[in-house]
Every structure is written in structure tokens, then in C-alpha cells.
Design a protein around this ligand. Structure first.
Ligand code: ZN
Length: 182
């Protein structure tokens, strides 16, 4: 996995790029939380659930259909705080789905069960460029950890900065959405 901070870069870039009128602060924080949520499945490793099982690491919690459903529930809860239910759902679904897609670009571990529950097959992207982060802070702070962070900087943080700038440019070109109070 990339580190949790790096997963949060995707919703942060979308939120900063789209602006507060389209991505409210509660929505942004919810998106950042959802982008990290799938890795709570590492708890299963301690409970004896095998890595390769559907409930194991990079299993169901990393699946795209699960991201769509979980984000639906969270968007419903936040429907009064953001830019509208559908836009909030799309933002949150992209935030959570980005986790599994980024993991699929990593150089280690098992593949990602992107299509669960329709398939248990584990997928990797055709190219894997992000150095896989070790599970555990101590190992991340080793010299190998520095390589991981540099890799994430190059393959995630920089593209996310580009995405934020691109969205900011589009935002400048488009009219702002109507305020709900207007
Ligand atoms: Zn993960």
C-alpha cells in the first residue's frame, strides 16, 4: 500500500482544485477518511484472516463496488452539508475507489480484489511503479521507508498537485454553482 497520507492526497487534490463551494470541508474530510478506510482490513491479519481471503488485506474493503456503496451511505449522511447528494456521492466514491486503484500500482503484496463480490480475482495494474509501503510505522521509518516516500512523492503527490491545478483552472473557467441559500 502507499502510506495513508498519500492515499489522502487524491481527495485533497480534488477538494482543493474544485474549491469549497463544490467540496465543503466536512465532505473533504470524509473523502480523506474514506481514502484511508480500506486499510483497516489489516486488523484481519492479526485476527488470523489469511491475506488472500476475500476478507483479508486488499480484499473486499478495497473493492470498487464496496466504495460505491459505502460512499452512498456517507453521502446520504452529509447531504445537507455539501454541494448536493449526487456530487457528494461522486466525490466520496472516487476518493474511496482511488485507494484500491493506487494499491494496484504498487510493486508488492498481493493484487487487489477490485471486483468483489462479483469476482475474488486479485488485480494489479499493467504497470506497477509505486514502491509498496511496509505494514508498520517502524519499518516505514527505515532507509527503505525513504525510498517508499520518494516513490509516492513522484508517482502520487506530484500528479495530485497537477490534478489540483487542472481542476482549479477548470473552476476558474466555469461559473460557480448556485448557493443553496440563494
Ligand atoms: Zn490498501
Amino acid at each position: 500500500m502507499p502510506t495513508i497520507l498519500t492515499h489522502a492526497m487524491v481527495p485533497l487534490a480534488m477538494g482543493l482544485g474544485l474549491g469549497r463551494e463544490r467540496v465543503s470541508r466536512p465532505l473533504l474530510f470524509a473523502g480523506m477518511a474514506l481514502s484511508a478506510l480500506p486499510d483497516l482490513d489489516v486488523v484481519g491479519l492479526r485476527l488470523g484472516i489469511p491475506y488472500g481471503a476475500d476478507l483479508g488485506h486488499r480484499g473486499f474493503s478495497h473493492a470498487l463496488p464496496v466504495a460505491v456503496l459505502v460512499s452512498l451511505a456517507v453521502a446520504w449522511g452529509l447531504r445537507r452539508t455539501g454541494p448536493g447528494f449526487l456530487a457528494a456521492w461522486a466525490f466520496l466514491a472516487l476518493s474511496m475507489a482511488s485507494h484500491g486503484l493506487l494499491d494496484a500500482l504498487t510493486t508488492g503484496g498481493k493484487g487487489i480484489a477490485l471486483l468483489w463480490p462479483f469476482s475474488s480475482e486479485r488485480f494489479f495494474a499493467p504497470v506497477q511503479v509505486i514502491r509498496v509501503a511496509p505494514l508498520g510505522l517502524r519499518r516505514l521509518l527505515s532507509s527503505h521507508g525513504a525510498e517508499v516516500l520518494l516513490s509516492e512523492l513522484r508517482w502520487v503527490w506530484l500528479p495530485c498537485a497537477g490534478l489540483a491545478l487542472l481542476l482549479w483552472g477548470f473552476r476558474r473557467a466555469l461559473p460557480a454553482p448556485a448557493s443553496p441559500e440563494a
